[in-house]
Design a protein around this ligand. Structure first.
Ligand code: SF4
Length: 290
């Protein structure tokens, strides 16, 4: 789990073929680990999607029953009381556009790391007999029975897991979960607020886009704009951790608060969002997609 040295663009380098550089160069120079508790393996910052699932689980589990960990430390984090291991993936098999462009026909650094992690998890699973569930933006790459079996995965979740995560984990504990789930959030109120810091202070301002390009996977989810007040609360968690900036994730930031069918940007909604986040102490407010 890395913060890409505070620069999201280093994430592109991680899509390159692992064989071109010694692994330690990737590990130390471009993809250094997030702050981690060396005893428990707990990650002090984590991907925002992982934080969402963590918050969803806290609606039914106690705080000490859930641990968000850095995969480099799973030998320390997994033990005899582990019931479920959840993995958040972005591009586990190197099938996404950047990786297939940068590493055609080659194993990318990210895919190599995923294979190594799964090999460790398979060994631990033999010892401790827990269930493995995978979600995240790249989960679709693993949604085939043979790929799941090779990587020691019991269940793959494709889509937005916010509403379903708690019930799914209960079912996994009972050994009663399906192999594959496709899910969507129906109500914005059911997206739980994060309770702990996120990698590089990235929070979700929007989901979906609404423009409707017919080739685009983003259209599978309805457009949702998260209100300023809750974004301020989530940003404050990151600012309190020590970040001085806020990054807003979206599928199309200029459509935040868009209130017309012609897709003209809503000037007031966007400027209020930026001013509202600067107003709680962020020196810089950036966005990932525009
Ligand atoms: S995210 Fe981009 S490609 Fe997808 S529907 Fe919106 S504008 Fe179109």
């Amino acid at each position: 789990m890395t913060n890409y040295r505070g620069n999201f663009l280093y994430g592109f380098i991680a899509c390159g073929p692992y064989e071109v550089l010694p692994e330690w160069v990737f590990d130390k120079v471009f993809c250094p680990p997030v702050e981690t508790d060396p005893i428990t393996g707990e990650a002090k910052v984590a991907q925002v999607g992982l934080r969402r699932v963590e918050s969803a689980l806290l609606q039914g589990y106690k705080r000490d029953e859930i641990l968000t960990v850095n995969p480099d430390y799973i030998e320390k984090s997994i033990g005899s009381d582990t019931k479920i291991v959840g993995i958040n993936v972005m591009d586990p098999l190197g099938m996404a556009p950047v990786t297939t462009t940068m590493s055609p026909e080659k194993l990318s650094y990210v895919a190599m790391k995923f294979k190594k992690m799964c090999a460790s998890i398979i060994q631990l699973k033999k010892k401790y007999d827990f269930k493995v569930v995978v979600g995240g933006n790249g989960a679709w790459e693993l949604a085939k029975t043979d790929r799941m079996r090779i990587h020691g995965i019991d269940t793959v979740v494709v889509g937005e897991a916010d509403e379903l995560a708690l019930d799914l984990f209960r079912d996994l504990e009972k050994g009663d979960a399906p192999e594959l789930l496709h899910c969507f959030v129906r109500n914005i109120q059911n997206i739980p607020e994060i309770t702990a810091p996120t990698v590089n202070s990235l929070i979700e301002a929007m989901r979906g886009c609404g423009r409707g390009c017919d080739f685009c996977d983003v259209n599978k989810r309805s457009k949702k704009d998260l209100p300023l007040e809750r974004l301020q609360r989530e940003a404050k968690i990151n600012l309190d951790y020590g970040f001085d900036s806020v990054w807003l994730h979206s599928d199309e930031m200029l459509l935040y608060g868009c209130d017309n069918r012609d897709f003209y940007p809503n000037y007031d909604a966007i400027t209020s969002l930026w001013k509202g986040l600067k107003g709680i102490g962020a020196n810089f407010v950036g966005t990932t997609h525009m």
